[in-house]
Design a protein around this ligand. Structure first.
Ligand code: HEC
Length: 294
């Protein structure tokens, strides 16, 4: 007991010394014109250092993006994966928001009710009413699309499929690649084509976020083979932000394909904890019962 106590002040002074050392290090390292030299306390100096590191990282990232833009990217697209997790509720919420914003205009989720999603994704009824339900919709409604099938057929030559079970049918990685391998193709009516689904009838609905990219092909044994993408113009998002947005959307579709998996996972943990507690209790009881028997 006493030993632990006496160790405390030692640790504390060690920590303070380390902080002071770090702070003075910043002052030595900073150039004379930098305001860091006038930083009055270690916390401000540490923050200034963190900001500098962040700035340098951002500059590195920009340089990397630029070389990638010139060299092209995507030769490895077939190995791109969604890396999504239905346990990530914040990601599911963002995915739902973007589904409502970018997909529901054409696609329904006919097996999923709004109320069920709200409960699973920890969304309040008020948020549901305000941001997610269509005008006049009820929480108990299934997710429908206002797009009439006949019109879709005329416009796209195909009816947009229901997306309830799409993630189970195609898998999350397929969906992730579907939205990351669009490229400009003036020969198509939509102006776009896709590596994952060549000749796709769905327009590139996320292209303002991603920015347009061209696909460069080379000829191999008389056949056109994809080589790499070239970013033609930046989108409203960086590549990383765009990938994260697609990941969230795919995650949401993965959840929609099997809403019980969210509940099942959290229930699983509770069941295991219960069983552990129960085992301990049983063991104590057994000890009590057998105490006097030898
Ligand atoms: C403007 C209408 C429209 C919008 C908006 C739209 N889609 Fe589509 N989508 C279609 C059409 C049409 C097809 C059929 C494409 C085909 O089979 O070539 C389709 C097909 C699909 C497919 C099936 C692809 C396959 O392998 O068969 C998926 C998955 C999909 N859409 C997801 C989405 C998601 C996610 C969004 C929102 C980000 C979205 N769609 C927004 C029209 C749309």
């Amino acid at each position: 007991m006493r030993r632990v106590n006496s160790a405390k002040p030692g640790l504390l002074s060690c920590g303070i010394a380390a902080l002071l050392l770090a702070a003075s290090g910043v002052t030595w390292g900073a150039d004379a014109s930098a305001p860091a030299a006038s930083a009055p306390n270690p916390a401000a100096a540490a923050m200034a250092m963190a900001a500098k590191v962040q700035q340098e990282q951002a500059a590195d990232k920009k340089k990397q993006d630029e070389t990638e833009r010139l060299r092209g990217f995507g030769a490895d697209w077939e190995s791109w994966s969604a890396d999504n997790s239905v346990a990530d509720t914040a990601s599911l919420q963002r995915g739902l928001r973007d589904f409502v914003g970018y997909c529901r205009g054409c696609h329904a989720l006919k097996y999923v009710r709004y109320s069920r999603m709200a409960a699973d994704l920890q969304i309040t009824l008020e948020q549901l009413q305000k941001f997610l339900l269509p005008a006049g919709g009820k929480p108990s409604d299934y997710v429908a699309t206002p797009m009439p099938s006949a019109d879709a057929l005329t416009w796209f030559g195909k009816v947009p499929p229901d997306l309830s079970l799409m993630a189970r049918e195609r898998g999350p990685d397929y969906l992730y690649r579907l939205f990351t391998t669009y490229y400009v193709d003036p020969s198509r009516t939509t102006g776009a084509n896709n590596l994952q689904l060549p000749g796709i009838a769905m327009p590139p609905v996320l292209s303002t976020l991603e920015g347009p990219k061209a696909a460069v092909f080379h000829t191999e044994n008389g056949q056109q083979v994809f080589d790499h993408f070239v970013q033609l113009a930046p989108g409203s998002m960086s590549r990383e932000e765009y990938q994260a947005t697609v990941r969230d959307l795919v995650n949401f579709l993965d959840y929609a394909g099997e809403p019980t998996q969210v509940l099942r996972r959290s229930l699983g943990v509770k069941v295991v904890l219960f069983l552990l507690a129960f085992t301990a209790l049983t063991y104590l009881l057994k000890r009590e019962y057998w105490k006097n028997i030898h």
